[in-house]
Design a protein around this ligand. Structure first.
Ligand code: ZN
Length: 207
C-alpha cells in the first residue's frame, strides 16, 4: 500500500482547498517519483560520508549537495565532536556548499541524505532554496518528510517549493544505523560487566 501521496497530488489538493494545506494528511510524506541511477549513485556517496561519522563515534548520517552533476557540499553528523547541536549532516553540507558557492541560497541543488531530515534540517533546506531532497531511511522518531512531521515537501505556507523523494537505498542507509546502535549497545553491556578478579577469573566464576 502506498502510504504517501505523490507531491503533485498534494499540490493539487492544496491548490483546490486551502484547508488541506493547513491540515496535511497524516500519511503525507515524500515519494512521487522513481529514483534515477544518479540518485542511487549520490546516495552511495552520502553513505561513504555516513561512515566518517561512524568512525568518529557519531550517529552515522551523511549528506551531499549536488548541482549540475558536481559536488557542491558535503557533511556528516558530528554534534558530539563539535559541541554543536546543529551539526547534523544536512546543515554541515549546506554550510560547506554556501562557503564554496559564496551564497547562502543554493537554487537548483539536490541534497542527498542517508536519513530522513529532522524539522531543523528540513527548515534549513527551505531557507537555502534547495530544489530537491532525496533521503534514504525513514526516521520514525523525528522524520520531517511525513514519518512524524510533515514539513517536506513544503505546503503553501512556505514561500519555496522543494521536491522530496524518500527511501532511496533505504536498506543500506538503515543498516549502517542499525549496526552502529548494535555496536553501541554491545559496548555499553561490556562496560557494565564487573571487572575480572586478580587471576583473571570473573567474579561470578570465583563465587
Ligand atoms: Zn537534522
Amino acid at each position: 500500500m502506498n502510504l504517501y501521496l505523490r507531491s503533485a497530488d498534494y499540490q493539487a489538493l492544496a491548490a483546490s482547498d486551502n484547508t488541506a494545506a493547513l491540515t496535511p494528511p497524516l500519511a503525507l510524506g515524500s515519494v512521487g517519483e522513481e529514483a534515477s541511477g544518479d540518485d542511487r549513485r549520490w546516495m552511495g556517496h552520502a553513505l561513504t560520508l555516513a561512515e566518517r561519522a561512524a568512525a568518529m563515534g557519531e550517529v552515522p548520517v551523511g549528506a551531499v549537495l549536488i548541482r549540475e552533476g558536481q559536488v557542491l557540499g558535503e557533511g556528516w553528523n558530528c554534534p558530539i565532536a563539535t559541541h554543536d547541536p546543529s551539526a547534523h549532516a544536512e546543515i554541515r553540507a549546506l554550510r560547506d556548499a554556501g562557503h564554496r558557492a559564496g551564497n547562502y541560497r543554493l537554487p537548483g541543488a539536490t541534497l542527498y541524505v542517508t536519513l530522513e531530515p529532522c524539522p531543523m534540517c528540513a527548515s534549513a533546506l527551505v531557507h537555502a532554496r534547495v530544489a530537491r531532497v532525496v533521503f534514504g531511511a525513514r526516521d520514525p522518531k523525528g522524520g520531517a518528510c511525513g514519518s512524524v512531521f510533515h514539513l517536506l515537501p513544503p505546503d503553501q505556507r512556505f514561500n519555496h517549493r522543494l521536491a522530496c523523494l524518500g527511501e532511496v537505498l533505504a536498506d543500506e542507509c538503515g543498516d549502517i544505523l542499525r549496526r552502529f546502535f548494535q555496536q553501541r549497545r554491545r559496548l555499553a553491556r561490556l562496560e557494565r560487566m564487573p571487572a575480572p578478579l586478580p587471576g583473571g577469573l570473573p567474579p561470578q566464576a570465583a563465587e
